[in-house]
Design a protein around this ligand. Structure first.
Ligand code: B12
Ligand code: SF4
Ligand code: SF4
Length: 343
């Protein structure tokens, strides 16, 4: 047992009191031993050699966001949630300091130029959440938990407090290739086999993100005056301006893979009906899901499920146990609600 006088349960309670929907603890040495991609290690020891534990915070994305026809609400809410996570993280950091420890709040959406040309964060928050025992990674590597499926954003506080870490789940929460709903819904075919095509995803998920902005500058610099005038009058420029001034469209602009994922109490309660049909489904996408299913059944090599990566997907595979427990809990809650006296 760690000898800190501060327990994980206390820290988790504090985080929830400050507004986190879920919280967990990961061990810094374990994170250093198991960096998600060994070529570019995203480890707490790079932040500070004194790191002992990492507090992981999660805020759910309200379901209403996935019941609108246009993605604007999701874009807005994503920005708000990440800022709210920053505030909760700061409060957790202050609470840790009051107890004699430090709490280093990390930016929850920036990337590090030193790590794979600026495509990886200083830490990989999804992997931290898995290490903290809060859930597992899905087919398109979204982090998912029993309560809200993949509809959560994450924040992080690195600390020198030695806290008991959560136990990573060994059961895969993602239903897997037999479901493939995220793959069917993805407008840019970015969902791979427990992996993601980041360039393709960015087209929809970062409409005014780095690649979009760089592309706009490139066009302006290399165009003749007529073409420049055209660019100045185009919607591209408006989007870029909105991205800069309203932090809108820079990231988190595509709700599709998260909206349709059937894992999560929130899905059963509020999304099963509106998200049942996936209009983007095509025969090609169905065939791709079927191909992934066969590949896995035959035991063929899948990089996303290799000996290293399977750790975060769930080494026991999908057994349905977590889903059954979830449905039972959901039914009990529904029954309890219906038995409540009406006022
Ligand atoms: C860069 C980034 C992106 C990039 C790249 C995503 C990525 N997978 O890395 C893009 C623009 C594509 C993106 C999109 C989205 N993102 Co984003 N993103 C980040 C960011 C800033 C860093 C991610 C990172 O460091 N990844 C680390 C690498 C190691 O992970 P990886 O590339 O997935 O590698 C693993 C697998 O792919 C697998 N693998 C499988 N096959 C192979 C093959 C090879 C050769 C290799 C090397 C690996 C590999 O192995 C690796 C280890 O497990 C984080 C914030 C943070 N600091 O964590 C947010 C973050 C991950 N994003 C988030 C969100 C909300 C999204 C979107 C849902 C937003 C949206 N809808 O518009 C989408 C979802 C797309 C998806 N299915 O992944 C949330 C996570 C929410 C969740 N529940 O998972 C985060 C944590 C932000 C936050 N604070 O909440 N994101
Ligand atoms: S965020 Fe959109 S584009 Fe990216 S993987 Fe999910 S569905 Fe595809
Ligand atoms: S939609 Fe299905 S396949 Fe995709 S992450 Fe969710 S459970 Fe897994």
């Amino acid at each position: 047992m760690p000898m800190t006088g501060l327990t994980s349960a206390e820290v988790i309670r504090i985080a929830k009191e400050f507004g986190a929907d879920l919280a967990g603890i990961a061990s810094a040495p374990t994170l250093s031993d198991y960096p998600p991609d060994r070529r570019w290690p995203q480890t707490p020891e790079r932040m500070t050699p004194d790191a002992k534990s990492v507090v992981v915070l999660a805020l759910r994305v309200p379901v209403a966001t996935f019941r609108t026809k246009e993605p604007e609400a999701y874009q807005m809410v994503n920005m708000m949630i990440n800022r709210r996570l920053d505030k909760i993280a700061r409060k957790v950091s202050e609470a840790l300091e009051r107890r004699g420890y430090f709490g280093l709040v990390m930016n929850n959406n920036s990337t590090d130029w030193e790590l794979k040309s600026g495509t990886y964060g200083h830490l990989s928050l999804r992997h931290l959440a898995v290490e903290a025992g809060m859930g597992t990674l899905g087919l398109g590597v979204n982090f998912m938990c029993v309560e809200y499926g993949p509809r959560v954003n994450l924040g992080v506080v690195v600390t020198d407090a030695e806290l008991e870490p959560g136990e990573p789940m060994t059961e895969q929460l993602c239903i897997g290739e037999g479901c493939s709903r995220c793959l069917y819904a993805c407008p840019t075919d970015a969902v791979l086999h427990f992996h993601i095509d980041k360039r393709q995803c960015s087209i929809e998920a970062q409409t005014t993100g780095f690649y979009g902005a760089a592309d706009l500058f490139h066009k302006v610099l290399t165009s003749d005056s007529e073409k420049r005038k055209e660019i100045l009058n185009s919607s591209d420029l408006l989007h870029y301006w909105q991205g800069l001034t309203r932090v809108w469209g820079c990231f988190g602009t595509c709700p599709r893979c998260t909206a349709v994922c059937p894992v999560g109490d929130d899905y059963h309660e509020s999304l099963a009906v509106p998200q049942k049909v996936i209009p983007e489904t095509t025969p090609d996408r169905i065939a791709k899901g079927e191909h992934y299913k066969q590949t896995r059944q035959q035991g063929d090599a899948v990089p996303g499920l290799d000996d290293w990566n399977v750790r975060w997907v769930g080494p026991d595979g999908y057994t349905g146990k977590a889903a059954k427990t979830q449905r039972r809990k959901y039914k009990l809650e529904l029954n309890a609600k219906s038995e409540e006296p009406s006022s």
